[in-house]
Design a protein around this ligand. Structure first.
Ligand SMILES: [Zn+2]
Length: 310
């Protein structure tokens, strides 16, 4: 089965495995086919991303126990401080494509971001806006090294640290050893006595040669882990599973080819910005007989009618 068919089948299965409801809690059921914007492509106006396709933790488990889940910004999404007006629980926040927000504008020191500052990690929404019902799990075997007022750190034997923010219903304490996939809390909105939106903020901290212990981009690792969680893995290649993520990428992106490492993405051209819209047919002024133009336009009209049936 080709990938598009797999995604379509999975989306179909999802759509019918959850009881239909007008409630925003089921918004994920209508999320459609999985797609994601390339690493480093941030929401317009939210900063400059790091276009890096390296998967920093290739064998990571997805941090939310079950899908669907939606990686996108809490600040620049619907209902966010800088986003379109509306409710944080709106369906648009619970739909694909995913959006990277690792380098989103913040004051945190982020040596790997083009501006030198950023958001540290990735915001991820669970399948619904409800808090305290979506289990969060250990992404790897390790030890709980910190439990703060709204953050939990999980550190693995190789020194990688995973930070989980905003959870409730914690089932771990500092010093506990945890197994990959073990529940540690629930997706919530905890924010040190205050509240934020219902989501999981997820960081990965690693030692990067020549830079030091820093927050590394989690987006690509989340994509890979999510595909595994949802059963959408690519066929294995002989290099799959090796730890050196500097190897050439073996999985083509389902959306857009990734910009080469360390090169910021080019600014969108007018045609890219308009690609989501139906463009008006080109006007023909000279050199083409009227009949040909009329024929072309009617053929276009037929094509559009056909598309509308989907
Ligand atoms: Zn965040």
């Amino acid at each position: 089965m080709n990938r598009a068919l797999v995604y379509a089948t999975a989306a179909f299965a999802l759509a019918f495995s959850i009881a239909p409801s007008a409630n925003a809690a089921d918004a994920g059921a209508d999320a459609g086919e999985f797609a994601y914007d390339p690493p480093g492509q941030l929401v317009d106006g939210s900063g400059k991303g790091r276009a890096d396709d390296k998967v920093f933790v290739p064998d990571m488990r997805f941090p939310i126990e079950s899908g669907p889940a939606f990686a996108n910004s809490q600040v620049w999404g619907v209902g966010g401080n800088s986003g379109p007006a509306g409710s944080q629980c709106e369906e648009r926040n619970f739909s694909y494509p995913w959006h990277d927000n690792y380098c989103e504008t913040r004051s945190w020191d982020m040596p790997l971001c083009p501006s030198g500052t950023g958001h540290q990690g990735q915001d991820v929404r669970a399948s619904s806006c409800e808090k305290g019902v979506h289990p969060v799990v250990a992404v790897a075997d390790g030890t709980i090294t910190n439990v703060g007022s709204y953050s939990v750190y999980l550190t693995t034997a190789d020194g990688t640290r995973f930070d989980y923010l905003h959870m409730s219903n914690l089932t771990i304490k500092v010093g506990d050893t945890v197994k990959r996939g073990q529940r540690i809390g629930m997706v919530s909105n905890q924010f040190g006595g205050e509240v934020t939106t219902v989501h999981l903020h997820f960081n990965i901290r690693q030692n990067v040669e020549g830079v030091g212990q820093v927050y590394v981009p989690p987006y690509t690792s989340l994509i890979k882990a999510y595909k595994t969680l949802m059963g959408w893995d690519e066929p294995e290649t002989k290099d799959a599973g090796t730890v050196d993520a500097d190897l050439p990428k073996t999985e083509p992106s389902p959306v857009t080819p990734v910009t080469p490492k360390d090169e910021p993405p080019p600014p969108p051209t007018a045609s890219e910005e308009e690609s989501g819209c139906v463009l008006a047919p080109r006007t023909t002024t000279t050199g083409v007989p009227f009949a040909a133009v009329a024929l072309g336009l009617s053929a276009l009209a037929i094509t559009r009618r056909k598309r509308k049936r989907f």
